[in-house]
Design a protein around this ligand. Structure first.
Ligand SMILES: NC(=O)c1ccc[n+]([C@@H]2O[C@H](COP(=O)([O-])OP(=O)(O)OC[C@H]3O[C@@H](n4cnc5c(N)ncnc54)[C@H](OP(=O)(O)O)[C@@H]3O)[C@@H](O)[C@H]2O)c1
Length: 271
């Protein structure tokens, strides 16, 4: 695992580029699926309190001690005290004493609680219950407010990002602030796999379409967390570590961007 690509975080730590997502994997299946993912070679596992599978994910990680584990604080747990309680419960369900990365799941701007949540997370990091802290679905103005009010820049912003929705302006903000971009729904929830351009490049490279898309994320410099409950999908996507796309192939995937291509909720309103 240690020969897999990593990215430097702004807190001095590192994050694996290739990870494994677990949204919509039921708790009772999570143990087996996460176990298979780790056997396949995935080193970063992403979960969240709201996925209601932290127990199964923790059991799936089991005896492996060097897995990079991420979880998230759900919207209704935002606020200083609630965050601390929620994280204690997440750690208990996961069966661990710390997580490698703790994220605020959504900014919920209308609630006005993400700065208080962040203050709790800064303390949780000092207490070593989370080694690194970051956010998810934060817009430029949310990042700006967090940094202005606390002086602590998130290590990661996990955002919806796939060839059909690339969020280039937000990527630029991340570069300026030294935040790692982590792409969620990197396969467009599976929809991008059937795109003509992706199929053509899969044929040219002799690689599975899923691996072509994940390879694009890696070469763009993102950390990415494809989800697969089927073993053949896990293996296909993992092949992304074993080949390179040419500049021309990268540009053809770049050209699939559609600013209106969002699949998930809009962070301005979702909570
Ligand atoms: N922070 C957030 O707000 C947020 C929001 C959404 C997601 N996420 C995270 O991001 C992770 C990934 O996103 P996602 O689960 O929405 O979507 P995704 O990873 O883009 O796509 C997953 C879907 O693609 C299918 N698939 C995977 N590999 C495939 C392959 N090689 N060939 C064909 N189909 C394939 C999967 O099928 P099978 O499962 O049947 O194998 C599943 O239906 C989540 O699991 C979660 O950890 C975070």
């Amino acid at each position: 695992m240690s020969d897999q690509p990593v990215l430097p975080l702004n807190d001095g730590r590192q994050i694996p580029q290739l990870g494994f997502g677990t949204w919509q994997i039921p708790d009772e299946d999570a143990e087996g699926i996460v176990h298979q993912a780790i056997e396949t070679g995935y080193w970063l596992i992403d979960t969240a309190a709201i996925y209601r599978n932290e127990g199964g994910v923790g059991r799936g990680i089991g005896r492996w001690s060097d897995i990079f584990l991420q979880t998230k604080v759900w919207n209704e747990s935002q606020g200083y005290e609630r965050t601390k309680k929620a994280v204690a419960k997440s750690l208990e369900r996961l069966g661990v004493t710390f997580v490698d990365m703790l994220l605020i799941h959504w900014p919920c701007p209308d609630k006005g609680l993400f700065v208080d949540t962040w203050r709790a997370m800064i303390e949780l990091r000092e207490e070593k219950l989370a080694h690194s802290i970051g956010v998810s679905n934060f817009r430029p103005q949310d990042l700006d407010r967090l940094v202005k009010e606390t002086g602590v820049i998130p290590a990661v912003n996990q955002i919806e990002l796939h060839p059909g929705f690339q969020q280039r302006e937000l990527q630029q903000v991340h570069r300026e602030l030294g935040i790692v971009t982590q792409s969620w729904s990197p396969l467009g929830q599976g929809r991008t796999i059937g795109h003509d351009t992706i199929r053509a490049i899969a044929e040219e490279t002799g690689q599975p379409a899923g691996a072509v898309i994940i390879r694009w994320h890696l070469q763009k410099g993102f950390s990415t967390i494809p989800k697969a409950s089927r073993r053949e999908h896990m293996k296909a996507n993992f092949r992304a570590l074993s080949f390179t796309l040419t500049d021309d192939q990268m540009e053809r995937i770049d050209a699939l961007d559609d600013p209106a291509g969002r699949i998930g909720p809009d962070p301005a309103a979702f909570c």
